[in-house]
Design a protein around this ligand. Structure first.
Ligand SMILES: [Zn+2]
Length: 295
């Protein structure tokens, strides 16, 4: 049993240690956000219950933390979708803003599964979907504790992963976001997609590299300073992801994505055992440093 005086001292020390590092991104908490999303099942258009529960989960996380939370529903390609947009006001400047995005849906069909009989099953999307959402939710926690110098928007896109299914494109939700918010002009931003792999490898995605070179250099400089070895200082591939609608609208939003895609990509094996807290931690640390040093 702890004597009251000792207990008080312990509590006081705990309070000091908590306030000493208020804005540290926690990879373990991000892992838990992945597990919580997966518990609802695949977030696919044919699984509306899981989608509703996941949407409510994300909303419940953000509501007490953000300065505004906007839900934007849309119809496109015979599907209903919902984007979520949380904003965190800048401490010094609310005219400049940064955007970080991730897709919260998962893929309807595991069409890359080596087992043909699995290819009509849905993808759970621990890495492809849930990992990006998890990073954003953990960023939300630290942004609420320590406001960033400029406003930060965290946007959760629906219907990224319906590409090449019944003729649909990728990034439906992100395209809708651009259409719905034509006056939205953030200064910079990044999409995080597939960022939890145990052997995380994020080279310089080529649309980002060719169209937003200086922003890419800024992010990779931070990664180098932090020895965040998941960020590879080499050319990746041209990848169609949620950043493309932004780049096409003339906005500097780049894609942080694992490449080459892991062997379980778009298979039923995209499960949480492929993920690691330390990979999420590296991505979170780089993004936090980018956010808090932004001028
Ligand atoms: Zn995908």
């Amino acid at each position: 049993m702890l004597r009251p005086a000792t207990a008080l001292l312990t509590l006081w020390c705990w309070a000091i240690s908590v306030t000493a590092e208020p804005s540290s991104f926690d990879g373990q908490r991000a892992m838990q956000h992945i597990a919580n999303q997966l518990a609802y099942g695949p977030r696919t258009p044919d699984n509306q219950q899981a989608k509703q529960q996941t949407l409510e989960y994300i909303q419940q996380q953000l509501a007490p933390l953000s300065d505004s939370l906007v839900t934007q529903s849309f119809s496109a390609y015979q599907l209903q979708g919902t984007n979520l947009w949380a904003s965190f006001d800048g401490e010094k400047d609310t005219t400049q803003r940064l955007i970080f995005g991730a897709h919260w849906d998962s893929r309807l069909h595991a069409d890359r599964d080596p087992e043909v009989s699995h290819r009509h099953q849905p993808v759970l999307g621990a890495n492809d979907g849930a990992s990006g959402v998890a990073v954003l939710l953990e960023l939300a926690r630290i942004l609420a504790i320590t406001p960033a110098p400029v406003t930060v928007d965290l946007v959760f896109f629906d219907l990224e992963d319906m590409g090449d299914i019944e003729g649909r494109p990728y990034a439906i939700g992100a395209s809708q976001f651009i259409v719905t918010n034509p006056n939205y002009r953030p200064q910079a931003g990044a999409i995080v997609d597939m960022v939890c792999d145990k052997n995380l490898s994020i080279p310089r995605e080529l649309y980002s590299q060719t169209r937003a070179r200086s922003l890419m250099d800024k992010i990779w400089d931070i990664a180098e300073q932090q020895k965040a070895t998941a960020f590879k200082n080499r050319r990746g591939q041209y990848i169609y992801d949620d950043h493309l609608p932004f780049l096409e609208a003339g906005l500097d939003v780049v894609d942080l994505i694992h490449y080459p895609f892991p062997s379980y990509w778009h298979t039923i094996s995209d499960t949480i055992d492929k993920c690691s807290a330390s990979s999420l931690q590296q991505v979170g640390n780089v993004l936090s440093a980018f956010i808090y040093s932004y001028k």
